[in-house]
Design a protein around this ligand. Sequence first.
Ligand code: 0WD
Ligand code: CA
Length: 441
Amino acid sequence: MDQRHQSHHRPQHPNSNHHDNHQSTFKRDMDDSGRGHFQHKRFRPGHQNHHQAGPSTPPSSPPTQSLSVQRQLYERDFPLYKQPVEVGNFSLDSERRFFNDARQLRYYMEPEKSCPNFDLRDGYRGRFVKRDDRVKEKLDHILRWILANRSKLQSKDTAASSSPCALGVDIVTWRGHLTKLLTTPYETREGWLLAVTRMGGTLYISEVETEAARRDRENRTERHEEMMYWGYKFEQYTCADDARSLPDPGGVVNTNEAFCTVVQTRLAEHRLLFSGEVDCRDKDPKAPSPPACYIEMKTSLEISTPKQRSNFHRFKLLKWWAQSFLPGVPRIVAGFRDHDGVVVSVETYHISKISQLIKNETNCWKPTVCMNFCCEFLSFVKSVVTEDNPRVVHLFSWDPHRDVTYSIHRDSQYSFLPDWYVREMTSSTSRETHHHHPPQT
Ligand code: 0WD
Ligand code: CA
């Protein structure tokens, strides 16, 4: 059942390439978390030093302090990545209220002409309701989905396996956070902060806004604010509310509204559960089942020079590929626009063909580096975050040209699992393991 996600990646056992480069990668970092004064090893990619629970690891082995992001360390065979399976979905309405259904899913209507002349500026001043991006929702919507669908999740996996974790998955997060991990080896501008908490054996990963990102958000130009609207407006020109109706370009664009898929998959030994926003689906009722019928919509500046084409391949297609590959969304429909926000052409990209498309580019990104880095990061996180406690956060931090490091926070501003979730998860775990309530008479 370990199907390859992409046919052009050669089949390979996830752990078959563990000849590590025995350079001396000892890091002479002092332990600033108050646990002694070892010389800590750097976490070595591809090395089995993350299997701390394994019998070959001496119990005194000190935890590793940092993870290198250097590309060449991740240039090996593509890791196993199972075909993502949609286990559910949810919708957020115009007021950002959660619904455990697909009411916000839209249907792609192919534009009549190849040069559609969509005016993406239309409606920005009068028919636009923007989500308040100062509100940090963290993992809340996913956690709501988990509570509403626990029986589905657990019956699939946990009951049968010997896994001690209550949910039957190792990692719960947003797809967007995984996208950031995939692109990290090639990122030169923006760092990230990821908060991690272990509860019931599952690691929850939730992004924390960096200072730099906050400054950028607070200092956006009016032009930038307007351009952020263009992507949503393109969706409005091309997506309809149901399979038999037409798009309504005269309506209001409300960015509170969202349809999110929840998928389960495995990256090497890591069982993942994550959610991502999906723009629309193929309107043909005979299209393959989700996520294979989903379509990602994008806009981008039209390409007029070889330099622009090369930059598009090297930087933008990396982000587009990573985002859609993760949940198994097979197609991207891109609207190329001019500087005035008029769409001048529309093109479809098949995710499985992107790595071929970029092969002739010098200094280009490689899918295998992205996936191997993400896999090693998750192993690193598992080895570091061993205390099972909803009040403890390990904050993993990365800046371009640096290693990934972390700090530990107890009952801090970084705690992100809400009480309603912790209470529900812990109370029902004990209910299930101890007894069944007799029916009330
Ligand atoms: O509060 C937070 N720190 C975040 C919340 C960070 C990232 C996401 N979110 C939540 C929101 O609830 C949103 O509905 O995630 C949802 C989207 O999650 P995702 O799919 O994991 O995010 P990502 O892949 O980065 O973005 C997918 C789409 C974007 O489309 P484009 O074509 O631009 O990639 O979701 C939208 C945007 O349309 N989007 C967001 N919507 C609401 N809040 C956010 C955001 N912070 N970021 C992207
Ligand atoms: Ca999109």
